[in-house]
Design a protein around this ligand. Sequence first.
Ligand code: SAH
Length: 319
Amino acid sequence: MTDSPARGKLFLVGIGPGGLDHMTTRARAAIAQADTLIGHATYLRLVAALVTNQEVVKSTMTQELDRAVLAVELAQAGRTVALISSGDSGVYGMAGLTFEVLFQAGWTPDTGVPVEIVPGATALTSCAALAGAPLSHDFCAISLSDLLTPWPVIARRLNAAAAADFVVALYNPKSGRRARQVIEAQRLFLCHRCPTTPVALVHAAYRPQQRVELTTLADLGAGEIGMLTTILIGNSQTRVHHGLMVTPRGYAQKYDLQAGTTKAGERGGHPLTSGLAGWLAEVRASGETVTDLAKRYGLPEPYMAAALAASDPEAPSPG
Ligand code: SAH
């Protein structure tokens, strides 16, 4: 009887922002269990203290595809491979690319080598923790890297996020060859937001070179920005107090924060009077046309028309 080859496994490991303190227990276990570690040299340095007898395969940043292919091949050959990403493997990391490689090779979750994604703290939450609490309201992430994404696509997303008043985390803001993207992003944001909007430049979070700089949208370009910087741009409500950048959660809309009392017309635990039900009642009672309402609220006419036409969503459905 011949031994069938040992069944391999592929871990897609997010190691968090840098220091071992911010790595999950599961990430450590995956690295301990692996016989092969693959990653960019910087990330492998960050986990060097966890290496025992694993084979370590270093590669440069531009060899992402090679890394994914190699990881898949070795796992399929029976190795237990940990493919290391910084932050979260699924956020501008190796997870998506690896699945693309797997799918092309005919892999399925039921028949192929087991794959486990180990989530990690991504740069935006790590950097936010150092800046204060800037992500306490709706936010999004946009990468300024045009290595794989056309600039008009990036510019439209920047513009939409700026117009919609999202707090925005900009990943990959700058590299040796890409310096102008940040300035273009600033220009787009200034079309929608005040020059005094708070901005945090967080560099190398939780690594020895860590640096946090609080600035404004107007002065963004003067800040020190590099490959390892994440830029957090506040929304229209974000403020800086005592060196901490904080975006209000919205409690002040409903409560008097000093007295701890509820504002007139509002009820704790219930939607705002301007929540969906209250707003629908208001637009229905207004008697205004769909076109006027759509313009007033910045919403598409088909949506506005449907909202007016629909029966009260809070009412019990017949039958
Ligand atoms: N998978 C990673 C992101 C990789 S893209 C994650 O989830 O965090 C690389 C970009 O991430 C960098 O250009 C920078 O914008 C950001 N980044 C990664 N690590 C960082 C750190 N320790 N401090 C600040 N920004 C970081």
